[in-house]
Design a protein. Structure first.
Length: 331
């Protein structure tokens, strides 16, 4: 039987911490996943309107293929400045690469943004958007416990026509391997089945983590884009106006190439929990990070282990998406 980790958070994967910061006046925020070092990482981008930073740094053919932290943030293009704050905060703590003995530490901090500029928050920030400050705050607030729902990068998010939010989940595979997911849920698509109450992710739920609702019976075939007229009136069916951005983490000794496969497989979690997804209007992006603590062995057995981790990551991400919306609507 699969079971969540003790906290049912991505920080059940040992070595990771998460920091949230919110600007209530602007109705936006930032969430950062901090690694315990420079850990192997990769990314997979499927949405048609992404906003990202340093994703090419994680490409397997390039030099680094690893990260010190990953930033998820609101604010569209302005939110990318959150990674500047995180990089500055980490460098101040002497976390980062050393290219010369006299140079400051250089942290590798990839990031992805969601678009929450259309909500009711005050965006009249002039020449000083809050995101660099918020990113820096996440360095100070990071820990193994953190809030879910309308907080951090999920503060100003929407999921279709309802409140989106920040979600997380974990699964203990029972053999020393642990998988976790962290997600900011802001899609144009719906996380609910046609009854408007049952999550698409319900088959993957563990321990009633997002309400325990099950389908009551047969339902009508869903529309290709649920509530498309209402979404259009809200201005959400336009490029870059929505996205689901996520990180999956494992404690295995994955290479950058294997992290890339993990991120690719984890994208299936979006397809299991949001309908539709990966549209021209979304910037769906999934990072994968591996701490390297547990050895997967060699050759054929290793490939099977990576496939198992990828499948678990997809299920875990689907759960985290439903949990993020569930927690936001509870609040």
């Amino acid at each position: 039987m699969m079971r969540p980790g003790p906290l049912n958070l991505i920080t059940d994967v040992p070595g990771f911490t998460v920091g949230n910061a919110v600007d209530e006046a602007a109705a936006t925020g930032v969430t950062t996943l901090f690694c315990g070092g420079l850990w192997k990482a990769a990314v997979d981008v499927r949405g048609g309107g992404p906003g990202v930073r340093e994703t090419d740094t994680l490409s397997p053919e390039n030099l680094v293929g690893a990260a010190h932290a990953v930033v998820l943030t609101g604010g569209s293009v302005f939110g990318l400045a959150a990674a500047d704050g995180v990089a500055t905060g980490l460098s101040h703590r002497n976390v980062g690469l050393r290219l010369q003995s006299h140079s400051p530490a250089i942290p590798i901090v990839p990031a992805a943004v969601l678009h929450d500029l259309g909500n009711d928050g005050d965006k009249a920030w002039g020449l000083e958007p809050p995101y660099r400050r918020l990113g820096l705050e996440t360095v100070d607030t990071a820990g193994v416990r953190f809030d879910l729902g309308s907080t951090g990068a999920g503060r100003g998010a929407m999921a279709g026509l309802v409140a989106g939010g920040l979600g997380s989940a974990s699964v203990d595979l029972g053999d020393g391997l642990v998988v976790g997911a962290l997600v900011a849920v802001n899609p144009a698509g719906s996380v609910y089945m046609p009854d408007g109450e049952t999550f698409w992710a319900w088959p993957f739920e563990l321990d009633g983590e997002f309400g325990g609702r099950r389908p009551a019976g047969a339902m009508p075939a869903p529309s290709p884009i649920p509530d498309d007229t209402k979404l259009a009136r809200m201005g959400r069916l336009q490029a870059g106006a929505n996205t689901t951005i996520a990180v999956v983490a494992v404690n295995a000794d994955l290479s950058t190439v294997e992290c890339r496969r993990l991120a690719i497989m984890a994208q299936d979690g979006l397809a299991r929990s949001i309908r539709p997804v990966h549209t021209p209007f979304d910037g769906d992006t999934v990072f994968a990070v591996a701490s390297g603590e547990q050895s997967l062995g060699e050759a054929g057995s290793r490939h099977l282990a990576v496939a198992r981790l990828g499948s678990a990551a997809a299920d875990c991400l689907a759960r985290a998406i439903a949990r993020g919306v569930h927690e936001a609507r509870k609040g």
